[in-house]
Ligand binder design. Structure first.
Ligand SMILES: C[S@@+](CC[C@H](N)C(=O)[O-])C[C@H]1O[C@@H](n2cnc3c(N)ncnc32)[C@H](O)[C@@H]1O
Length: 379
């Protein structure tokens, strides 16, 4: 049986792969020769797929049991497979073909012609075509750089349904230069927190609420904490603006003392931690950057669920574009504040295992390191 295919979007395909992997933990992922198409194999329900696409930042659609065609094959092979697919994977209700292009135009293939031909096959098989509001969309993703077409019934509309692509931090009532881009904040929340029902998410240093807003908007049980009352007040304004009546809790407190700061009902239930620490010397003056992170990681262990994950974002000297792959294990990075070796050892000292690291290019003088770690079970 063919696998499902995830069609990825956004500026960082490697992070988008990590996100869909975290949202669908029962799936085995294999990257196709395209950087934006990933095969998913495993026992995944339609409901799990819907939930993942709904809250993903970097996945535009999942194509169920997709047909995959490579440009070196004859186009008639593609249409034969689609013909069979429509018979073996029937849908009740009106349908339409939705074509999506990755990496420009695919040489020698007209998406319009291909979509028209598939539409004709659907009609011939008795499907009602409704181009305006079909009940089912057959997604056809043409990936020009890899010369691949993936085609299958779509989960997700392929559009920016929850607004994540077009949201800007600058649109919020309380904005500061430290405010994270919503697309990155959402990716980080999803990589750290996994499927929505897994557990609660805690933004350890909330600032203007970048992570808190994305966690709350994606339907997660959400907590945010910050030492600065002005930040908590501002983050609350942003939350009320983005999601009136949200249950997310914004707490004034110290992320190095989480047992005291978090309500009892959240203890041992935080399964996704997100951390965007202050630059340079922090509001706790006495701790340097690595020491602050170490104290926070230690404190997070005290309230963590046993399968918790964490995403940490750190500014670094620019590294160039590296959006297609994670960093290789052991690769050195030049952080803006503190030494990578010190940060790395804080993770093992406090009982967290680093899984993967990615870098993001921000501008000529700034990059970002995005790090995913998992809690190590205590003896
Ligand atoms: C870089 S900002 C976070 C920005 C945030 N991600 C956003 O989107 O706005 C870091 C925040 O950490 C807070 N902070 C510093 N030390 C802290 C501590 N020990 N506990 C909790 N918050 C702390 C600062 O007040 C600041 O708001």
């Amino acid at each position: 049986m063919a696998s499902h295919v995830a069609s990825l979007r956004g500026w960082h395909p490697a992070l988008a792969r990590a996100e869909i992997s975290a949202l669908l933990p029962h799936a085995t992922l294999t990257r196709l020769s395209s950087r934006r198409l990933v095969e998913l194999e495993g026992d995944i329900s339609l409901q799990e797929m819907q939930s993942a696409v709904q809250c993903a930042s970097g996945c535009q659609a999942l194509l169920c049991h997709a047909v995959v065609w490579k440009r070196e094959e004859d186009s008639s092979a593609f249409f034969e497979r689609i013909q069979t697919y429509l018979t073996t994977h029937p849908r009740n209700g009106s349908v339409a073909v939705r074509s999506m292009k990755h990496e420009g135009k695919m040489v020698g293939v007209s998406s319009r012609e291909f979509a028209g031909k598939i539409g004709g096959m659907m009609s011939a098989q008795g499907y009602e075509i409704d181009l305006e509001s079909p009940e089912h969309r057959l997604g056809m993703v043409l990936d020009a750089s890899a010369g691949i077409i993936a085609c299958g019934w779509m989960v997700g509309s392929g559009d920016d349904s929850d607004g994540i692509v077009s949201r800007r931090a600058t649109d919020r009532p309380f904005f500061k230069p430290v405010s994270l881009d919503p697309r990155l904040a959402r990716l980080a929340v999803n990589v750290a927190s996994g499927p929505r029902e897994k557990g609660a998410t805690l933004d350890l240093m909330t600032g203007t609420g970048g992570f808190v807003l994305e966690a709350a908007l994606s339907g997660r049980e959400t907590y945010g904490i910050d030492l600065d009352p002005l930040m908590i007040e501002g983050a609350q304004k942003n939350l009320d603006w983005a999601m009136p009546h949200s249950d997310a809790k914004l707490l004034l407190g110290d992320a190095t003392q989480l047992s005291a700061a978090l309500p009892k009902q959240a203890h041992r239930r935080i399964s996704g931690f997100v951390l965007d620490p202050p630059y340079g010397r922090n509001s706790q003056g006495s701790l340097d950057h690595a020491e602050l992170i170490q104290s926070v990681l230690q404190s997070a262990r005290d309230v963590a669920a046993e399968d918790a994950d964490l995403v940490l974002i750190l500014p670094m000297h620019p590294f160039g574009e590296l959006a297609d792959e994670a960093l290789v294990v052991g690769a050195p990075v030049d952080l803006l504040h503190g030494q990578w070796n010190d940060i790395e050892s804080t993770f093992s000292i406090t009982g967290w295992r680093i899984n993967q690291r990615w870098v993001e290019h921000v501008h000529a003088s700034l990059g970002r390191l995005i790090l995913h770690a998992t809690i190590v079970p205590q003896d």
